[in-house]
Ligand binder design. Sequence first.
Ligand code: PRX
Length: 562
Amino acid sequence: MKTGSTKRKKPSTEFNLANYDKECESFSWGSVEREIGWQSGAPVNIAKSCVDRHVREGKGDRQALIFLKDTGSQVYTYRDLEKLTNRFANTLKKLGIRKGERVALFLPSIPELYISLLGVVKAGAVAIPLNNKYMSDTVKGFLEDSNPSLVITTSQLYERISGTGVKFIVVGDDGENGWYRLLSNSDDNPDPTELMNREDPLLLLYTSGSTGNPKGVIHVHEGALQYYKTGQWALDLKEDDVFWCNADPGWITGISYGIWAPLLNGVTTLVYNGPFEADKWYNILERNRVSVWYTTPTFLRLLMSAGARVAKKHSFRSLRKILSVGEPLNPIFNRWSQATFNLPIHDSWWMTETGGIMIANFSCLPVKPGSMGKPVPGVNAAIINESGEELLPLEMGQLAIKAGWPAMMRGIWNDSEKYGHYFVMPPWYLTGDLAYRDYEGYFWFQGRIDDVLKINSERVGPFEIESKLVEHPAVLEAGVIGKPDPLRGEIIKAFIVLDSHYSWSEELKQEILHFTSSKLAPHLVPEEIEVCSRMPRTRSGKLMRRVLKSWELGIPYSDLSS
Ligand code: PRX
């Protein structure tokens, strides 16, 4: 581990994916295995392919991860990472963690998170990254569902999981459960790496749906083929790139494209764990000579609203590719990006369940502002109707993918029924997104079929918030929707029916907000509350959030689908 920076070559400008149509015709996922050092039929371990492989190939001194701090930066080379992750995997083994057991990581984006995660995977265990913004009830729900053998956390976050009875290791604690103490008692030898079947579980990632039960999406080692190849094709990563994915590993983007894709491709990745500030963001891009940047509309909106004057103080000569994911990227972003960076923004589409990028605007194709792009070669995407039949260009329907790509989820933890719902129309995996395809094969996002919200690009289930609201004695019923917001995409708006013993006042509103903020992550606390006399429900009692949305938008309910 070193501090500082080194001079680097400018990455070449030829695109990794040079001929989209040709690759679509001839590509098969099987051809990727050799590129990441895998052999047919032989066992694997994604962490070894991410780290040790580069050391073996003589690239151990290359910078793997750079953690940016306001006071200098902390650099880990591929060799540093190999040693530290070996040591951590040996620590886990000493603690009795065995292949297939689950280990949860409830940590911010600090080096210990990356070392622990790779160490857990080397030890053959299944990593469960938990978003550090989640409050006690949510995290406890995930721990109850996944029943891990161990949780790795910090002394501050520990409070939120105390009382669960689960074993833990604490970063920042000097005691016998201290991360550093345990690590210093282990060695990087012998090599702890467990050799895995490609279909063995790798990760359990919790995400939201429109109902309340936790949804632990299972991913496997085989996904490496797609993380690597989409890193090459969609991100266009080359060996000398400095790559920045500003998503937190509490969200799958921060794992598939904050860890797997860049490390499999042997590039240098930046990690910044501080709050947003426009000047800081531009500084990161400029000073670290970021060449490829993967971000979200949430951050792009914040930068855009900070105004051109902040951007003008900087120059972005090293930046050659910008990508976005997670929410619709309106054409206005591309106009702003051309003016600010002299570059287009390449949108990409995927989901926690798809594991990796499925649709993207590739460098070798013209960007159509407002479109998500075209399917990754090897991915078969279509627009289908309610009977599973493919629709014609420009007809709107559900976006569906032919099942069987390498990074596809392999299950929902403890819930095979929920998993089955995604595949009720073979051969399709159903995304729940509405879209259409144009005559040139570009896909255009139109909305969600269900009531899932997108807040700061993160998926938010309305049910989670409604459940907390109705815990307050004044709230009889609650319905939550995403209200369009020019700056943030969507904000959370709650409709409530008051208990007859209460009357509405500003004071009561503040009290309800305060109550929910003690139970929910800050970004999940509703920004607006409106009282209504009754909730719109179907005859069977199901809450019709779409009607709430039509009230909010002032449009007739029947027009909502458009
Ligand atoms: O609705 C789509 C939206 O985000 C959903 C997936 O959310 P999540 O699992 O949190 O994402 C993980 C990795 C991105 C999708 O079903 N979404 C994703 N990308 C786009 C998008 N909506 C519009 N445009 C996109 N490019």
